[in-house]
Design a protein around this ligand. Structure first.
Ligand SMILES: O=C(O)CCC(=O)C(=O)O
Length: 280
């Protein structure tokens, strides 16, 4: 067993759990090196897609919406000069890579399908697991953008709602200064506040079930060391602040769902050309 009874209880109570030293430093470095190579090989000419959680509907172009079964690159909002050129190198300008890294890249697949990860997911009660989303987040020095408070189930909706778990691996130390995660302990018990869905007419919309603002004063910082894993309940409200520091804050996230759940066709992330796979 990976989780003690006490850790299980804490996860159920808080909606998140930090496990220090989950991933060894070499495998964290291997992911960083591989992400660096992928960015180096990426030719951005003609493809500028910006990731923003402030204007999710307007900023989500087809390049984003069709990236569920691909490896694609999204820029920081603050990466550009007024004339549309990059302020700094492409390597210093990418916000994230998504969203099928775990299936399409051998280094990310090996990390994601480590037996320890599979065992953990089984202990979380995700039956017949399928690896849904693999994303590399750079949180670049100086320009790493804020991720506003949200529940992952808003974007990756499942029925039942507890049929998803988010795994957030710190590939570098994450601190308040460089934009660590913040979460509301116990916030997963308040219910899903909104869903982000595909419109019949194309594009995306939010269905809002509860328009009250997040109780952000209840957020606590989750400062963690390289190699730590943060497990996130899909309903847990969490965010990260902008990174104004001179240090990056790389992380890899993996979302796993159960094959037994209903995964609606209206969710943004679809896999038309690449069926979901489990840990095998
Ligand atoms: O890594 C971050 O800064 C935030 C990631 C996050 O909240 C998410 O992808 O759901």
């Amino acid at each position: 067993m990976i989780l003690t009874a006490e850790q299980r209880d804490r996860y159920d109570r808080d909606g998140f759990l930090v496990i220090s030293d989950f991933a060894d430093p070499h495998s964290c470095d291997a992911l960083q090196t591989r992400a660096g190579q992928l960015v180096q090989d990426f030719d951005p000419s003609g493809i500028i897609s910006i990731f923003s959680t402030r204007e999710q509907n307007r900023r989500s172009d087809d390049y984003f919406l069709n990236s569920g079964d691909k490896i694609r690159f999204f820029f920081e909002e603050d990466a550009f000069l007024p004339d549309g050129t990059l302020k700094q190198s492409k390597e210093q300008s990418i916000n994230k890579i998504g969203h099928a890294l775990h299936d399409l890249d051998p280094v990310f697949s090996e990390f994601s399908r480590n037996p320890k990860v599979a065992q953990l997911v089984s202990e979380l009660g995700i039956n017949r697991p399928l690896l849904l989303q693999g994303m590399y987040i750079f949180k670049q020095p100086k320009i790493g953008g804020e991720v506003t408070c949200h529940q992952d189930s808003t974007f990756l909706y499942t029925e039942p709602q507890h049929a998803i778990a988010g795994l957030w691996f710190a590939l570098e130390d994450a601190t308040v200064e460089n934009g660590c995660l913040w979460a509301i302990p116990g916030g997963h018990t308040v219910g899903l506040k909104s869903r982000w869905l595909r419109n019949e007419s194309g594009g995306m919309k939010f269905d809002v079930f509860d328009s009250a603002p997040w109780e952000e004063e209840k957020l606590v910082p989750l400062e963690v060391k390289k190699g730590s894993l943060i497990i996130l309940n899909g309903l847990l409200p969490h965010k990260s602040l902008a990174n104004h520091s001179s240090r990056s804050r790389h992380a890899y996230t993996l979302h796993v769902i159960s094959a037994d759940c209903r995964y609606p066709e209206t969710n943004w992330l679809q896999r038309p050309e690449l069926p979901l796979r489990g840990f095998e």
